[in-house]
Design a protein around this ligand. Structure first.
Ligand SMILES: O=C1O[C@H](COP(=O)(O)O)[C@@H](O)[C@H](O)[C@H]1O
Length: 238
């Protein structure tokens, strides 16, 4: 389902409301909330809102378990780190235990080896079902999501839950949750705003199925819900 909003503030507010509601429901039903944060420029406003006084008391952060959808293979203090942005805007401002946060990077190991470790961490917290309560995703102007980039072999991955690979156009390694794992989630929210996303959004939602070019098309929950929160510019409604 696609919901179109007037501006980014409205998107942020809706996403924060949905995050809080998912957390409350999961904690009431299961005693914990497992979620995946996205990187890039789109989610910072959502994270700041969740860290604000109005929202942070709505969630029992001691029962929240944080993973990431993808990461550039850079240390936490690097400005390219998705985790660095998430700490700066959210995680350093809420009472979440450090052991509940699963950063997608570790010094001194290869990204490929760490992908195996990260999958094991997910299995430890979620069990072998691998069903996250809520996954937040962004979408690049090229239709990529997480680190599922156009024409990369990772798009064909069927078995691994987490994969790492060298992304030649960016001259860096990426580590990412794979589409089969993402699609197990209870709820997936994709946030996209700005006219630079309009072409990809149109292709992803109404174009011919061609995930090699528009990897976001791989995101099709098995039994959960997929919701796009977009602004008028991304929706091409202006
Ligand atoms: O490389 C990435 O880009 C996408 C989209 O980012 P945005 O800046 O256009 O919002 C993001 O979802 C992903 O986490 C990030 O690593």
């Amino acid at each position: 389902m696609i919901q179109i909003y007037n501006n980014i503030e409205e998107i942020n507010s809706k996403a924060a409301d949905l995050f809080a509601a998912s957390a409350q429901k999961a904690i009431a039903e299961k005693g914990k909330f497992t979620t995946v944060l996205t990187g890039g420029s789109s989610p910072a406003g959502i994270y700041k809102l969740l860290a604000s006084d109005a929202y942070k008391t709505k969630i029992d952060w001691s029962k929240v378990f944080i993973f990431w959808g993808d990461e550039r293979w850079v240390p936490l203090n690097d400005d390219l780190s998705n985790a660095k942005m998430s700490y700066a805007t959210l995680l350093s401002h809420v009472p979440i235990p450090a052991e509940n946060i699963f950063e997608m990077y570790k010094d001194g190991v290869t990204p490929e080896d760490f992908a195996v470790t990260y999958e094991q961490s997910i299995r430890t917290v979620l069990g072998d079902e691998g069903k996250f309560d809520l996954i937040l995703l962004g979408m690049g102007d090229d239709g990529h999501t997480a680190s599922l980039f156009p024409r990369e072999a990772v798009l064909d991955e069927q078995n691994k839950w987490v994969a790492a690979y060298y992304l030649a156009p960016q001259s860096m390694h990426r580590i990412t949750l794979t589409a089969p794992l993402i699609n197990k989630a209870e709820k997936i929210i994709v946030v996209a705003f700005g006219e630079k996303k309009a072409h990809a959004l149109k292709e992803v939602t109404t174009g011919v199925y061609n995930p090699s070019t528009y990897p976001m098309q791989l995101i099709k929950p098995v039994s959960g819900e997929l919701l796009f929160l977009v602004d008028k510019n991304a929706a091409g409604a202006n």
